[in-house]
Design a protein around this ligand. Structure first.
Ligand SMILES: Cc1cc2nc3c(=O)[nH]c(=O)nc-3n(C[C@H](O)[C@H](O)[C@H](O)COP(=O)(O)OP(=O)(O)OC[C@H]3O[C@@H](n4cnc5c(N)ncnc54)[C@H](O)[C@@H]3O)c2cc1C
Length: 386
């Protein structure tokens, strides 16, 4: 076993131990109440797991993406849902890479200490969807502050965050040479903003995922909350996507193993026609197939992590890992449900919950078609389609 393996084994063991204190019943109850898993998130933050990627100089663990991805994988593999917390792990990367020294010193130590949550990032808008460069939310500079007007949709974890990273247009689309220019990102202090120019409407949805519509009506943001240079915000957001996609791939891998584990156990135990259902190749082959696909996706996930940690380009691998892992976990979810027959639909088996949770990753944070389009255009040189 290599030193690197050792490090990961220790992380896996520690996360499993922490997650062991939050059994299936806990997540089932939280899901039924559509509540936020407060105790679970507090425990992860207190133990420092969500500041894994904050550099040591700011009080974090300074771990790489590979180790961070193991943390999220293990949460999902234990039956939990990293969707409640993953923003806290990667959103700070935007400040780390593009923030001023003053911003880094102000926010990163508090994030590392678990005293400040930067769980939310607002990009998507109702009228423009995936076509991000057409966003209509504007931020206009005036007298040492920015005035923000517009609307966002599907913005997650806002009610459980202190800070939000906001993408808004600072130069009208008609006045920029490239459509990706003229957008900027800001740190929004949610405690100051809510009720003073920012209102929020929760969106009830298929998953127990706290997500919201946001309405900006002359919200004032101090000038010093601009991250990096005005006009470069879209580029800064793109810079963070490889880490986000790879981490979400790891969550899907965790889900996938959870589904395979449950399906295998049940197929061995459930006796119908006087034999375990797993003895039928019609039952065992789909489980084997789903397992093979998770293992293959996992290789791409580790490849993306290794390139990222070596500071090498990893856009292709990160996108492909997210694509493969989301597809593999969804197939494993289907197989697991089918293997359980009617019982798969019973809430107490937790399969229907995990089934809903893993389905999301075909759509968010990026839909499958967008990854196919990226690969077609950037890797294969096919014509740009939009
Ligand atoms: C639960 C949840 C949480 C989310 N959290 C956040 C968050 O915290 N912050 C945030 O900013 N966003 C968030 N999102 C938004 C998410 O990133 C978007 O839903 C996603 O990017 C797709 O955008 P859309 O829903 O507007 O779909 P649309 O852009 O309207 O697309 C609809 C469908 O058409 C397809 N499509 C569109 N154009 C093309 C094309 N040219 N070629 C082929 N197919 C195409 C898409 O792939 C998709 O399947 C969240 C979404 C959900 C559901």
């Amino acid at each position: 076993m290599t030193a690197e393996d050792d490090e990961h084994q220790a992380i896996r063991a520690a996360i499993r131990q922490l997650c062991g204190q939050f059994p299936d019943e806990y997540f089932r109850e939280v899901d039924a109440q559509r509540a936020y898993p407060e105790r679970f998130v507090d425990a992860l933050i207190e133990a420092g797991w969500l500041s894994a990627m904050v550099p040591q100089e700011y009080g974090g663990s300074g771990l790489g993406l590979t180790a961070a991805s193991v943390i999220l994988e293990e949460i999902n593999r234990s039956g939990g849902n990293s969707g409640a917390v993953h923003g806290q792990m990667y959103n700070m990367g935007t400040v780390l890479r593009h923030g001023s020294m003053a911003q880094k010193q102000k926010y990163l130590p508090l994030i590392a200490a678990g005293k400040l949550r930067m769980q939310a990032m607002a990009v998507t808008e109702p009228t423009t969807g995936t076509d991000t460069t057409k966003i209509r939310t504007t931020a206009v500079r005036k007298d040492g502050r920015y005035l923000v007007n517009g609307q966002k949709v599907w913005i997650s974890r806002v009610q459980h965050s202190d800070l939000l990273i906001l993408l808004a247009r600072t130069t009208p689309l008609a006045e920029v040479t490239k459509k990706s220019e003229g957008m900027s990102i800001f740190i929004v202090d949610l405690h100051q903003a809510l009720g003073r120019g920012l209102t929020l409407r929760p969106i009830p949805n298929m998953v127990n995922h706290e997500t919201n519509e946001l309405f900006f009506d002359n919200l004032e943001i101090p000038e010093e909350n601009l991250i990096g240079e005005e006009g470069n915000g879209f580029k800064y957001i793109l810079d963070g996507l490889n880490a986000e996609r790879t981490l979400i791939a790891a969550e899907c891998i965790g889900d996938g193993y959870w589904f395979i584990d449950r399906a295998t156990k049940y197929a061995n135990q459930r006796v119908v026609f006087d034999r375990p259902i797993g003895k039928n190749q019609g039952v065992q082959f789909p489980i084997a197939e789903a397992y093979i696909e998770i293992e293959a996706a996992n290789l791409m996930r580790f490849q993306a992590c290794a390139l990222f940690d070596a500071h090498r380009p990893c856009g292709a691998e990160a996108n492909m890992a997210k694509y493969l892992a989301a597809k593999a976990s969804w197939e494993a979810a289907n197989v697991c449900l089918q293997t359980h027959g009617g019982f798969g639909f019973a809430t107490e088996y937790d399969i229907e919950r995990k089934f809903r949770e893993t389905r999301l990753y075909q759509v968010a944070p990026i839909s499958t078609n967008m990854i196919l389009s990226y690969v077609a255009e950037h890797l294969l040189g096919l014509p740009r389609s939009f």
